[in-house]
Design a protein around this ligand. Sequence first.
Ligand SMILES: [Zn+2]
Ligand SMILES: [Zn+2]
Length: 410
Amino acid sequence: MDNQTFIQQKFAEFYEENASKIEAPSSISQREFGFMVFKENVMVRHKRFGTADALKTFIKESAPAHAYHSTAYYETPEAKMEDKGWLGADLYFDIDADHIATKCKEIHDSWTCKDCGFAGKGQPDVCPSCGSKRFDQRIWPCDECLDSAKKETIKLVEMLMEEFGFSSNEVAVSFSGHRGYHVHVTNEVIRELDAGARKEIVDYITGTGLNVSFFSSAVGAFRSSPETPVYALNDVGWRGRIVKGAYEFLSSATLKNLIDLGIKEKRANEIVLNKEAILNSWKREGPWRPVRGVGKEELRTIIDHVIGVQSVKIDTMVTTDIHRLIRLPNTLHGKTGWLKVSFPFSHIDIFDPFKSAVAFKKGTVNIYVEESPKFRIGDEWFGEYKKQKVELPTAAAIFVLCKDSASLVE
Ligand SMILES: [Zn+2]
Ligand SMILES: [Zn+2]
């Protein structure tokens, strides 16, 4: 039996028992559905279901590799794109480890150049041997990748609730089933926002185009007047975030940290020597006055760094695309065999994707692993493996098979 047939068979067995748990979106008959089918590896789109039961039956019978629904609501979801009659869309955010620079990728991800066959670790922009940009990549999720995605998710949800004013029951969080998290906002007002308005939200969340001149008389054209807002460590929004972030950064910054940001050694030395005085002056309400060591250039460098740390690393395309398809909760991800799972935001600190998203809990499978890094399923660690035969619990075997890094041993 080939890998794809085996995986599909396992997916079918899973849905036979668990299709009833699939979470159908609200206003189901106004949604478009799409499925990636095994073998042909093609996307079937523009499907409509009148009821949640019809959707679940379809998934049970077809056992697709991926199942998606539109974030949008349409008059005629089954029509061609231009004839669907767009009625609105929920607001979605996708946080994927792909968009976060984690060092572990150098350990677990690998690539082979499609043009010259050169291979290596990590995720290169161009092949160092021939300059090609075409790669076969093996990308693996790990604890470090998913923890960093989780941190971004927490920043995002706090921003949505504290600064945008959404209530906790309007914001839903889920693990994507692969390398990150989805955040879903349902609210009548947000539904009708066009792509431009969603781009404004994205810019706020990513800290794009922030004007930092009001932070300091040293940085820009600050003119004090009775209406000029003062700011402090506990301010809400980007102002408070930058003040707090700069304060925290400098509190723990070493000479090396400052030089690494691009501050000249002489100035960095002065900053370290005058740290206490600088922090004290920042603690008082703004605007920040020039302090020995921190002139216009240094302050800008520190603020730019803080914006980088405090902004949320989202996939901006997902949020601005008002015709997007997004994975259905409690369906299987064809690249891992894991579930997309929703969970309450209040549980995010203890949420363990390597436990909660495990779908296959029975039996073992014999596979020949071409190559795999060390990985965890539940409390058990596996690998790393290289060109060897192993008997693995079904969840672990399916994970490596889905990654196309192993073959079935009969
Ligand atoms: Zn190459
Ligand atoms: Zn990683």
